[in-house]
Design a binder for this molecule. Structure first.
Ligand code: NI
Length: 567
């Protein structure tokens, strides 16, 4: 259906535009001849199509609806290969003997068969059988009526040599040659004659193309015998596809000969079948291949295909550079920003000068580089305590806790200013953080490895030496493993005991998942609950085996009273 609409649009464009003449000084134009075949398609038509393809010649087929029905794939092939599909009525009846209704039926039933085979809704030039027409036939034709200027009498002689001679003896610039592709001798003679015509400087074109290039605007119900006009227009050129980088992607614009319409696709499909009529430039936001053809008449006068591979990728997210309290930006000439919580748009200002981001403010920036789609938005938050972070928003529930642990030096952001609030705390991180909480005391020395899978660190030496960590010397420490909530409880319980803190009695458990708790963690977890350090979730579960996130640990640490001074 889409294709049908495109074709209708194309027809409207074609009707509204007149062809342009050759400019002075152009080389001598080719002589044009339109070879036509009646009464098919038949058993020899595909051999004829092979021969025409080899020679780059285009012809016109005046098909019988009854034969087109039988050789539907031949009709489709001829159309796809750029030949003109035309009508010779359905049953080869002398139209002048029929009623108006009978004439209409012969024409419309043939058009229906041809439409079905070509997948179009075409206007098919008419050649009445036996050349028989009268005013009724012309008034009902609904298309130009095509006679001929060279009659080869191929049906009578059935001799390839005679067909060859008869074509060459009579062909002239602008002639329309009558043949029948239901005879093998006609196919053979015609292909040989086409070779000679090409040698003699002729171009083999469809009837539609012959008329256009001779400057004739064909009219419905008018009979054309040949085109002796002196005008000669060039063949339709392939469209020119231009790609210009713009914000958001690549702008595609196309040009064709004046009066020619363009059909294009951007999904890799054939523009003849799936094309959209080109009206104005458009922007592509992803990589694709643009394919396009130009045509004055899709049924018998289209250009070679043009195609262009267009690469569009997403611009990388901006990177911020901090210089003292000032924010600088890489790629500043294309980076736009906001500080009001909205996402940057093409109207936002450029981040082209150092920016002083106040505490308690968020900077959002995106790259609007031409030729790319807009980058993801990058965030830089200056927290109320003055920490710069790229993955914490002021509205996050843990922002205050993160501020507190950063200010106290208990936890850190990485070089990209990420706090990674949603990441699990690893076992190595947990020991490091407790070591900081203890005030980084001088650790005991050990000249043997404490664990098989990690080097001795001051934090590990301290944790093992002070009894904060149990199980030292048992083999693996698994430093990169996520720390579960019960493991945290056990470590922190050890930390409090080692620091000599007075501990409350462990709480009695009322949680729904008590059965998940490992036995070694029962007392530490109960103590944490009694201290208010860990809570059950709203569903009544303590989740002892769930990993502790960095945001959750920051929240716990930020609530510990004066712990930086301990022990
Ligand atoms: Ni005929």
């Amino acid at each position: 259906m889409k294709r049908l609409l495109s074709l209708l649009l194309l027809c409207l464009l074609l009707l509204s535009l007149a062809p342009a003449a050759l400019a002075d000084g152009d080389p001598e134009p080719a002589k044009l001849v339109a070879v036509t075949f009646d009464d098919g398609p038949g058993p020899y038509t595909s051999r004829l199509l092979d021969g025409l393809e080899d020679r780059g010649a285009k012809v016109t087929f005046f098909m019988l609806g009854s034969c087109a029905e039988r050789y539907r794939e031949i009709v489709e092939r001829a159309y796809l290969e750029g030949h003109q599909i035309a009508s010779h009525t359905y049953s080869h009846t002398l139209l002048t003997k029929l009623s108006a209704a009978g004439i209409k039926d012969e024409i419309s039933s043939t058009a229906a068969v041809l439409d079905a085979a070509t997948g179009t809704s075409g206007r098919y030039y008419l050649r009445p059988p036996y050349g028989g027409y009268n005013s009724t036939v012309l008034s009902l034709a609904g298309a130009p009526v095509i006679y001929w200027s060279v009659d080869t009498l191929d049906w009578k002689y059935r001799n390839a040599d005679t067909v060859y001679r008869n074509i060459l003896d009579a062909a002239h610039d602008g002639s329309i040659v009558l043949l029948h592709d239901i005879h093998a001798t006609s196919v053979d003679g015609a292909l040989r004659a086409i070779d000679t015509l090409i040698d003699r400087g002729y171009e083999l074109v469809t009837v539609s193309e012959l008329l256009r290039r001779k400057g004739v605007s064909p009219e419905e119900g008018v009979v054309y015998f040949n085109c002796r006009e002196a005008t000669q227009l060039p063949p339709v050129s392939a469209p020119v596809i231009a790609a210009d980088p713009v914000i958001g992607g690549v702008k595609i614009s196309m040009k064709a000969d004046p009066g020619a319409a363009i059909l294009y696709t951007t999904d890799g499909q054939d523009p003849l079948y799936h094309g959209t009529a080109y009206r104005e430039a458009f922007t592509l936001a992803s990589s694709c291949t643009v394919r396009a053809i130009a045509a004055f008449d899709l049924n018998g006068g289209r250009s070679a295909e043009a195609s262009l591979d267009v690469a569009v990728s997403r611009a990388p997210a901006p990177e911020f550079i901090l210089n003292g309290g000032l924010v600088l930006a890489a790629g500043k000439e294309v980076m736009r920003y906001t500080t009001d919580g909205s996402d940057p748009s093409a109207d936002s200002p450029f981040l082209d000068a150092p920016l002083e981001l106040p505490r308690g403010a968020e900077l959002r920036a995106a790259s609007f580089a031409p030729g790319y789609t807009v980058s993801p938005t990058a965030l830089l938050t200056c927290t109320p305590a003055g920490h710069f972070l790229t993955d914490v928003r002021l509205s996050d529930w843990f922002t205050g806790a993160v501020d507190a642990v950063l200010s106290r030096g208990l936890m850190e952001a990485d070089a990209q200013l990420r706090f990674r609030p949603g990441d699990a705390v690893t076992r190595a991180e947990a020991v490091d953080i407790l070591y900081r909480l203890a005030g980084r005391p001088e650790p005991p020395l050990a000249d043997w490895p404490l664990f098989s899978d990690t080097d001795n660190t001051p934090a590990l030496l301290w944790a093992c030496g002070s009894g904060v960590a149990a199980g030292c010397g048992d083999g693996a420490f698994r430093p990169g493993d996520p720390l579960t909530r019960e493991q945290f409880a056990t470590l922190y319980y050890g930390f409090l005991r080692a620091s000599g803190a007075a501990l409350p009695e462990p709480s009695a458990f009322t949680f729904s998942d008590v059965g998940d708790i490992d036995e070694y963690a029962l007392v530490p977890l109960g103590t944490m609950v009694a201290l208010g350090v860990l809570h059950g979730d709203p569903d009544g579960a303590l989740a002892p085996l769930s990993p502790l996130t960095r945001a959750q640990l920051a929240a716990i640490l930020s609530q510990l009273p004066g712990s930086a001074e301990q022990p």
